[in-house]
Design a protein around this ligand. Sequence first.
Ligand code: NAG
Ligand code: NAG
Ligand code: NAG
Ligand code: NAG
Length: 429
Amino acid sequence: MGSHFWQMGLYFWVCFSAISFIHSVNSQGFGGGSIEGTVHVNGKDAIGKIDDDFICATLDWWPPEKCDYGTCSWVRASFLNLNLSSIILLNAVKAFSPLKLRLGGTLQDKVLYATPDNKQRCVPFQKSTTEMFGFTPGCLPMNRWDELNSFFQKSGAKIIFGLNALTGRTIHSNGTATGAWDYKNSESFIRYSVKKNYTVHGWELGNELCGHGIGTTIGASQYVSDTASLQKIIHDVYKGIEPKPLILSPGGFFDAKWFKDYTDKTTTSLDVVTHHIYNLGPGVDQHLIEKILDPSYLDGIASTFSNLRDILKSSATSAAAWVGEAGGAYNSGRHLVSNSFVFSFWYLDQLAMSAAYDTKTYCRQTLIGGNYGLLNTTTYEPNPDYYSALLWHRLMGRNVLATSFSGPKKIRAYAHCAKQSVSLFMPQL
Ligand SMILES: *[C@@H]1O[C@H](CO)[C@@H](O)[C@H](O)[C@H]1NC(C)=O
Ligand SMILES: *[C@@H]1O[C@H](CO)[C@@H](O)[C@H](O)[C@H]1NC(C)=O
Ligand SMILES: *[C@@H]1O[C@H](CO)[C@@H](O)[C@H](O)[C@H]1NC(C)=O
Ligand SMILES: *[C@@H]1O[C@H](CO)[C@@H](O)[C@H](O)[C@H]1NC(C)=O
């Protein structure tokens, strides 16, 4: 272990604190003299173990007409109309080999899959102020699904697809949705995908319908039986095919009681518990940068990670925790903040903090789309956080080490064992 200890995250410490250091200098003014601190890394045991492909990014359904406070930031970044011929896009995804991509978002629970046996008309989303989420139901044509899969195969992406979990339910005016999930269309879509040999890494059930929900909410016990239905479908449709795709859920905001009830009763059906993070508030907030650069503000979300970890530890479930969607600032982020350099202080801290609480995968909202894309929505060129993600992917190994830092609060330190070999950076000792 001795020499490995030195190979490990010391490198990351150097790399990460270098980023933080710039921030410290800025906040004290240049020429403010040197600052000192001490990092302590416990290299004996891992406190968490991330997936090899921990880095994940999302693609959303939002059509160009999606606007927030008069700003329309989605353009053609929905996976329904993204330019899949773009070489920049292809290379950006390929650089990770693999990048996990989670397809989903608010409108996923209003989507029809136009499979061959479907009799309903396939119509696009249309803006409508009277509809839940501001749009009429939309549709995924199978030729588009075919094109997407050809892109995923070429780019080596690992796909997590979010299924429509509202079909068949009654939505009440008090904000609840009752009744069982009608899975016919989803089952047909999964069958279509298997018949076409499309590799889907995981199927996720629903988006932000748990706990308090956004729009409508489903009780935990109903969700338990719907998750069992999904498991049965996966077993049937993937008969004789290994490995089977993962089952993920509920893809919503953490709510201790709901998540405990749910994970306690899905011990044999659920592989991954997914939750969403928008801890910076709405994108319209003019004080986002102050929050991003405030260490105690950033620490506020740590209790969510630790509470979820403790729930999973104390439950019989073997499900792992993922952040299934995290854009920091909701309502599409904020231009010149969530797509600029300063956002890496939030993003890198999130990646490392979540890993320290045993999160296995972290999906950034978005790969492209809104004002929080890793890629620019119109040019597809990388934003600063794209390189933060890539740097993490190349350097950070699976084992997370307990790390503490004493010194200025605005410097953070996190350490992992190095990914594969760190000989690129340091000689083997
Ligand atoms: C898509 O990208 C390709 C390659 O960059 C380009 O030639 C084409 O014009 C683009 N299509 C649209 C609709 O922008
Ligand atoms: C909401 O309304 C439905 C239908 O009336 C009812 O069954 C349900 O219990 C209500 N839920 C809450 C939380 O009030
Ligand atoms: C899927 O894979 C199987 C086995 O490799 C092959 O026989 C079949 O033709 C493939 N189907 C399609 C649609 O590519
Ligand atoms: C995308 O890039 C263009 C050209 O550099 C720039 O004008 C635009 O503000 C960028 N958009 C976003 C959302 O970052």
